[in-house]
Design a protein around this ligand. Structure first.
Ligand code: GLC
Length: 660
């Protein structure tokens, strides 16, 4: 049973839906270290407030300064303890040994040294040495999780605010802690079954002819395809809820034509609304007072794809109702699914800061030469004008009657944009059967849509990362998720795509997506068309199992992807396995994620049957005993390990996977 500790006056994020008993009345203390009885192993220190007179600590009084108060939670990590959770982050399934910052970031370079990605999902699970403990830090601003990074055996959580809601539970059974947490945050979004099909996307499809070509070439290759995604070029000058009519004449007819061919079009919606006289969305937004304001009460001017934009204040209910209703423009033309993007929000620059940059540059112009320091200053000035923390402190939201500075609620922005869409799409799309996923997220958003994990690269390491992110996302309620298959940035090779498909055919969201300027990576571009066809058909054969597993996980607050350490708690070896997962109750996957490998070592915690598929109808069945095995696996093959007590039958083009 979870209990909560309220410190100060935290912002209600609506991540938690149920009433949770507050364990303690010691709701406010400052400047001292404290042990709170139910947060047994943690010490809590609440700092910073005592230096300021009480009045200045109200949220309304905040200015563009750095945040003042801070809460620090510290706990000794037990020797053999594993730390799981934190949703979409870098590094492995076990988070020990690195530092993670919840601060939704538009950063396309997901290298190992990074601390933040697009999402903040502050749920931690500590288990494997004594009773398991779970903690949810429900704070929508910046939170830093130092999981044995500064000191090997110390977990330190720094909350950049004096106000926090903490939810904590303890149990012998870590899976129970996950299930109970999920029951507090509400049922996960579930898309219609067609959304489990395969989707093709690319930033760079500009016209209906481009889209038709993709559909035609998939059809010619005999590779099934259920969705084509429309990236920003379908819009008129990147204006939300518009269509470039030259590039897409008779859009509703085009949508219908595609649907007849079994392909749904899924357009992107960006957070920023272009400032342009006569553009109804902009005009209505200004008139309705729907945009984020600066301190002086004027609308923030930032820039993203369309040039200068205003950001809808999604935290305000009226804005959500208005913006959500705008999706009607596309649903009325037959659209049933969307992806919400740039909603950290991504900022190329703000108008105010750009002015300062130009003023500074004038000073540089006057210099005879730049020395090392002025050169660095010049680089900083021009090279980092996007996504600046300072800019995130210059605008405000209206939330539940309070005026809140953006940085204090930064991690809610994508959540509330997607909530705006989800709440309306339930009515706008026939039968409420809508597809929706977002880039930025926070716990709570999982009730309205799924996520994709943003701008990864065509790197082997990102294939492994894709696998490792899945269980943590599930723990935080995000069941409908997946990565850009083949990698977004960089150039994808044929073998990487094949190996990546062997993972992605198991993820609920299954989309091949690539960035403008990268090598073409539609599956028909590669040489081994037959192999690609076989792999995609395997996905379709798996859909009944995946959909059932998804539905059960949503109903029963379970994981789809379970790490072996949670599934086999008394198995010493299973504790350290970071590259194999259970998929539902019946299957295990252990993919190859290195270049030029002919197979890999696989650890089986129990006897399993290996099905090595070359196609739905061409496969080997190999019983394996518990222990270590080297399994040969060509790039044209997919290995599925069936657990004891289950059987896999192939009937026609479908698998039926059942308990014996
Ligand atoms: C962002 C998205 C990416 C998209 C691009 C253009 O980088 O993450 O998926 O293709 O914007 O819209």
């Amino acid at each position: 049973m979870y209990k909560k500790l309220i410190l100060g006056d935290p912002i209600d994020t609506e991540a938690i839906l149920c009433e949770v008993p507050a364990e303690t009345t010691e709701s406010s203390f400052t400047g001292v270290e404290k042990s709170v009885s139910f947060l047994k192993d943690f010490t809590i220190c609440r700092k910073g407030l005592e230096t300021k007179p009480a009045k200045e600590n109200t949220r309304e009084a905040c200015t563009a300064d750095e945040p003042t108060g801070e809460i620090i939670l510290t706990r000794t990590l037990r020797g053999r303890e594993l730390v799981y959770g934190l949703g979409e982050t870098l590094r492995g399934i076990n988070k020990r040994g690195w530092i993670y910052v919840s601060n939704n970031a538009d950063d396309p370079n997901h290298t190992e040294d990074k601390r933040s990605l697009y999402a903040s999902q502050n749920f931690l699970l500590l288990f494997g040495d004594g009773a398991a403990q779970a903690l949810f830090v429900d704070v929508p601003g910046k939170v830093t999780f130092d999981v044995g990074y500064s000191e090997l055996k110390t977990l330190e959580i720094r909350i950049a605010s004096a106000d926090a809601a903490l939810y904590y539970a303890e149990s012998e059974d870590p899976l129970l802690l996950i299930r109970e947490f999920r029951s507090l945050i509400g049922r996960s979004y579930q898309p219609p079954q067609w959304a489990f099909g395969f989707g093709q996307s690319r930033w760079g499809y500009k016209t209906a002819a481009d889209i038709r070509e993709v559909a035609d070439r998939y059809a010619e290759a005999g590779i099934p395809l259920s969705m084509i995604y429309l990236d920003i070029d379908y819009m008129d000058h990147y204006k939300d809820f518009t269509i470039d009519e030259k590039a897409f004449p008779d859009f509703p007819d085009f949508v219908a034509e595609m649907k007849e061919r079994g392909i749904r079009l899924i357009p992107i919606i960006d957070a920023g609304v272009k400032m342009e006289k006569g553009y109804p969305v902009y005009e209505e937004g200004v008139k309705g007072d729907f945009f984020c304001k600066k301190e002086d009460g004027t609308d923030l001017v930032a820039a993203v794809w369309p040039g200068r934009v205003h950001f809808p204040d999604f935290l305000k209910k009226e804005t959500r109702d208005w913006f959500g209703e705008k999706y009607r423009f596309l649903t009325e033309q037959g659209i049933e699914g969307f992806w919400n993007d740039m909603n950290e929000p991504a900022i190329f620059y703000t108008e105010d800061h750009l002015r300062e940059v130009f003023e500074e540059l004038d000073r540089f112009k006057e210099m005879e030469e730049m020395d090392i320091w002025s050169f660095f200053a010049f680089q900083d000035l021009t090279g980092s004008i996007n996504n600046r923390p300072e800019d995130y402190r210059t605008f405000f939201h209206e939330y539940k009657g309070q005026r809140l500075r953006h940085d204090q609620v930064h991690n809610l922005y994508g959540y509330y944009m997607t909530r705006a869409a989800g709440e309306k799409l339930r009515d706008l799309v026939p039968g409420g059967e809508y597809l929706l996923f977002s880039r930025a997220s926070y716990v709570g958003m999982h009730r309205y849509g799924g996520i994709w994990t943003g701008d990864n690269k065509s790197w082997w390491s990102h294939l492994l990362l894709n696998l490792q992110q899945l269980p943590a996302l599930n723990m935080c309620g995000f069941l409908f998720c997946g990565a850009d298959t083949g990698g977004f940035g960089g150039d994808c090779t044929e073998d990487l795509m094949l190996r990546w498909l062997a993972v992605s055919i198991f993820t609920p969201l299954f989309r091949n997506h690539a960035a403008l300027g990268t090598r073409n990576q539609e599956l028909y571009r590669f040489e081994q068309t037959d192999t690609f066809r076989n792999l995609i058909r395997l996905r379709y054969a798996l859909i009944p199992y995946l959909y059932d597993t998804f539905t059960r996980a949503a109903e029963e607050n379970d994981l789809i992807f379970t790490p072996l350490a949670l599934a086999y708690p008394s198995d010493e070896r299973a504790r350290t396995v970071e590259d194999q997962l259970l998929v539902g109750e019946a299957l295990m996957i252990a993919p190859v994620y290195t270049q030029n490998a002919a197979g890999r070592y696989v650890y089986l915690p129990e006897d399993m049957t290996l099905y090595r598929f070359r196609s739905v109808t061409d496969y080997d069945v190999i019983p394996l005993t518990a222990g270590d095995h080297y399994v040969s696996l060509a790039t044209s093959e997919v290995a599925i390990y069936v657990r004891p007590g289950y059987s896999l039958e192939v009937s026609g083009e479908e698998f039926s996977i059942t308990a014996n």
